[in-house]
Design a protein around this ligand. Structure first.
Ligand SMILES: Cc1cc2nc3c(=O)[nH]c(=O)nc-3n(C[C@H](O)[C@H](O)[C@H](O)COP(=O)(O)OP(=O)(O)OC[C@H]3O[C@@H](n4cnc5c(N)ncnc54)[C@H](O)[C@@H]3O)c2cc1C
Length: 412
């Protein structure tokens, strides 16, 4: 490892990789130090018995503005339909964005997920979030998602049967205490984009960015233990730098930088099962039932067959509270209308700090330039998502370039 670099970036998650690739492209000498043995951060994919297993159910939304930073074709995405399957009175009903399957309009219109006025309100909410300028969406004071939905006429049955369970799986909380402004941005990306899984797993998103770095710029298995202006201490020695970017998870960032307050309290447990074949004929999330432990369950291989080595179906089922496989197995079987005996348990994963909370008032662009050549970025600076991580990386790269350019003001 070199004794100095122009910029040291700590963490090779999407935020760190976004900063590093931009600085390298601008001709800067960048060194990325990553504690884990691979790039991608929270987007990690393991191989278990030949199946691709992401650490927690996650998807790429192509409606994120910063999806433009990725080579989507090279990711070979497999697609989910936008919407969900909802079980009511022993029957599964499809609730779909009519644009993703126009023939489903009648089924969605008659699905027992709310009154006709509520369904009209949901359509109006989607048009507003999807197409109003972002500044207009953020004009009204921020409040909780629950209050925002209530205000939009979506506080009744449609919230309980569809919106709350659907959003719980995305926000990793089911009280809808998340910022309404964040809900708008999230819903906007659902309206504007599609939901996909890369052929080589979610980790390949980070790997794609890492592959853009110059040779030797990424050091894996190197844990940073301390940061000061112009100096980074690691388990392998110290490195001098003109600029230091802390792009770790929120809790580690707060530990390395006393002026940063951040935490990632949202957790999720995901159980992976194998079925001989998918019981469904389309790729659609199944929502958990009221009173159950599951927030959702989905046959991943319906969207991305390459998650399976041999054509068998891979099912991911998530709970917000930590759970044991034995406790949710029956619920998983019922979600897909199969017998519990058909499900072979592959593995389970609990991610204790999956995402930072985005409570109102949403602080969209928290400062990234801490002064003295020290910078911080990550999803906790913007929004708890792939979009937030990439956007904060882009913002931080601009701030670092201003700092390195003599005579220019460093601020962001
Ligand atoms: C289960 C789960 C489901 C999710 N679902 C979605 C989803 O569907 N859609 C979506 O948009 N987002 C989702 N997210 C959120 C998204 O994955 C994150 O917001 C994003 O990946 C955060 O990227 P980051 O670069 O900010 O942080 P991280 O990915 O946490 O990267 C930080 C990096 O820093 C490294 N590091 C930490 N400490 C040190 C140290 N001391 N020295 C060196 N390196 C260190 C870590 O190893 C890591 O690689 C999900 C997250 C999880 C966990």
């Amino acid at each position: 490892m070199p004794a100095r670099a122009e910029v040291v970036v700590i963490g090779a998650g999407l935020a760190g990789l976004s900063v590093a690739t931009r600085l390298a492209a601008a001709g800067r000498d960048v060194l990325v130090l990553e504690a884990a043995g691979h790039a991608g951060g929270r987007l990690t994919t393991d191989r278990v018995d030949g199946f691709l297993v992401d650490r927690g159910f996650q998807v790429l939304n192509t409606g994120y503005p910063r999806a433009a930073d990725l080579d989507l074709d090279a990711l070979e995405l497999g697609w989910f339909l936008t919407g969900a399957r909802v079980w009511v009175d022993g029957r599964a009903h499809r609730v779909l964005d009519p644009r993703s399957r126009p023939t489903s309009i009648a089924a969605t219109a008659t699905a027992p997920i709310g009154t006709l006025p509520e369904k009209a309100a949901l359509a109006a909410f989607s048009v507003r979030a999807g197409f109003l300028p972002v500044e207009r969406l953020r004009q009204a004071p921020d409040r909780t998602a629950a209050e925002a939905l209530q205000q939009a006429g979506l506080g009744g049955l449609v919230q309980e049967r569809f919106l709350r369970p659907f959003l719980a799986g995305v926000l990793l909380e089911d009280r809808l205490e998340t910022s309404g402004h964040y809900l708008d941005l999230l819903w906007r990306s659902f309206v504007r984009g599609r939901i996909g899984l890369p052929a080589r797993g979610m980790q390949s998103i980070g790997q794609q960015l890492a592959d853009r770095l110059p040779e030797g710029a990424l050091h894996l298995g190197c844990r940073v233990t301390g940061v000061a202006s112009g100096l980074v201490r690691t388990t392998d020695g110290s490195i001098a730098a003109d600029a230091v970017v802390v792009a770790t998870d929120p809790d580690t960032a707060a530990g390395l930088l006393p002026s940063v307050t951040a935490s990632a309290p949202r957790q999720v447990t995901t159980h992976l099962h194998v079925l001989p074949a998918s019981p469904w004929d389309d790729a659609l999330l199944v929502l958990g039932r009221p009173g159950g432990q599951l927030v959702n369950s989905v046959v991943l291989t319906d969207a991305q067959p390459r998650y399976s080595p041999d054509g068998r179906a891979l099912v991911a089922s998530s709970t917000l509270a930590p759970s044991r496989e034995a406790d949710v197995r029956e619920e998983v079987a019922r979600a897909h209308g199969v017998a519990t005996g058909d499900l072979a348990h592959l593995t389970s994963v609990t991610v204790p700090a999956a995402q930072p909370a985005a409570l109102p008032p949403l602080e969209l662009r928290r400062p990234v330039d801490l002064g003295d050549g020290v910078f911080v970025c990550g999803d906790h600076r913007d929004t708890p998502s792939i979009q937030g991580a990439l956007a904060s990386g882009a913002r931080t790269a601009r701030a670092v370039l201003r700092h390195l350019r003599p005579g220019s003001a460093a601020s962001a």
